[in-house]
Every structure is written in C-alpha cells, then in structure tokens.
Design a protein around this ligand. Sequence first.
Ligand code: ZN
Length: 345
Amino acid sequence: MRIAPGDNAEVRLTISESYSGMSLDIPVYVRRGTEPGPTVFVTAAVHGDEINGVGSIRNLITEQRFELSAGALVLVPVVNLLGFERHSRYLPDRRDLNRCFPGSKSGSVASRVARALMDAVVARCDYGIDLHTAAVRRTNFPNIRADMTHPKLASFARAFGTELIVGSKGPQGSLRNVATKRSCPTVAFEAGETWKVERTVVEYTLRGVRNCLVHLDMVAGRVEQPPYRFETDTTTWIRARHGGFLQFHVAPGDLVERGTPIATNTSLLGDELSVVNSPRGGIVLGMTTMPSVSPGDPICHLAFAKRGALRKAEKAHQEMSDESLHERTREDMASGVLVSEVEAD
Ligand SMILES: [Zn+2]
C-alpha cells in the first residue's frame, strides 16, 4: 500500500491467529507529511495492561494536534493485542513480549508477534518511541529511558522533554534495545499506572511526541524544554524492613534528601512499627500504590544523580507554578497514593 505525501491511512498488520483460527490484526495509523523526512513510530501496549499509551495515541489520531510538514508518523496503539484483550502484561503463554525482540517467523507466539512488528514497522523507521507504564500496583513519574551513550538517541531522548532521564540500553530482547541496535534509535517512555488512562500522563506523552517531531524538523515550532533535567543511570528500590500497613510521605516526582522519611509502617490499629528513610538525595521515580507490604517488598524507586543536578532540580521545584504540567502530575500522583506529612514528635 502506498500512502501519498500529505495523506493519512489506516493499515492492518497481521500479527497472529486466534484459537478459533481467525486472523489477528492490529490497527496501524500512518500519517505522511508533504515533504520528505524521517519516519518515526510510536508504539503502545507492548505490555498489554499498560494502556496510558493507548489513550495517548488515540488522542494523537483524533485531535490531530499538529501539522506534520515532513516525514511520516506510524502509530501503533496496541502491539500486544493478545495481552490487551486479557488486560494482561503477558501473552497467553505467559511470555513477556518485551523480552522477545527481534523475534522469528518460526518461534513462539511472542516471537512471531515481535518479528511481525520488526519487519512491518521498525525496519521502515528512523526513530521510535515505545510507551509504557510502571508494572502492576506501581506508578512512575513520567521518565524517558534510553541509551544515552548513543549520540543520536541521546539528543532525541532529551528532545522528548521529561525532567527525568534514566540512561540504559534496556533489557535484552526489549523493543528499544533491539530497534536501537538495528539503526532505529528508540526511547521508552514510562509513566503512570497499568489499567488507566491518566490525564497528566497523556499530556506528557503528547508534548513529548510533538517535541521529538519538532526536533527532527517534521513539525514547525520549538521544543518545549522541561524546567530542569535530571539524567541518571543509578536507581534503586527501597524495600520494606517489616510487614505492615504503609503511610506514604512522598509522591512520585518528589525530591528527597538523605534521611527524608519515605513511609511509616504501622500496624492495622495505627501503631508505628518503623519509618523507612531515603539513603541518599534523589528523586522519587516510582512507588508502590499498594500500602500493605511484606518484609522486602519494594516501596519506592529512587533515582540518584550528582549533587549539582539535585541542587538545580531543587531550585526549579521552588520556582515552578502550581499550574505547570510537572506540578499537576505530582499532585495527581500524590492523590493516588495518599501522601501525608510525617507526624512531629
Ligand atoms: Zn512496560
């Protein structure tokens, strides 16, 4: 199928066959600018329960928020259709599609789905954006993950415009790892929770996709810069020391210092069992949304960076308006986990 410059088209990509023997197709939306330029894909629901990206892509298609002057945009709202149909991260055989790239034509279901996407989409694209959320019962402050040692990818990742960038090549077999190796530099965007379409996450996504297209001269305008940048390759999960019921003191996006209380662990009658503190200064990248924990359960995902970066972030936090997307996102996420002040002695 040929799509003329300036045109849109809906394409169906056959990824597998169902138990009843019917062909399983995923919808793909392609938009072409009038001038030549790069081709960029945006994929969502590689993990079938991570649907913030599905809602964001729907918005990109229905609202047509920007004029695409050059290149082409390939939108795949649901990659893992078999997982999506079951509200599940995994394929029906329990495989994680995001560990099965590049896949093969003769392998497992997951491997074949991966291969179909590689051949039909990734092989034709110059850049990619893969939309994810935190895993089940967790939430993430919007952040970009990319191999920041790859110069073209690093500038694309920065253009997306999140405050927080976690540098890594990505897991073996993940879409972004494999696509980047195959000359299609790809970022993963991680934001919010599973099973939800969250308004501030959608807003971050739309701004980020537009920013990336502006950066590649596919859309006119300026890249909207974040109020600060915090790039790190060091993150750690803070775990519960005891079982119990948590009261949270921080929300995703908050800055912490060494010793900042993260959560108080209480009995069901409210007796304090222990307080979990931050071991270092950093940013709350993600959190559990499940307040009842066993010893060793992850509570809070912290991102660490050099002191200077933290100081700059602190200054930016003080100057940010309550109306800014950053602050609205922080507020939305804090209400989702019910954050309370630490009680004074
Ligand atoms: Zn995911």
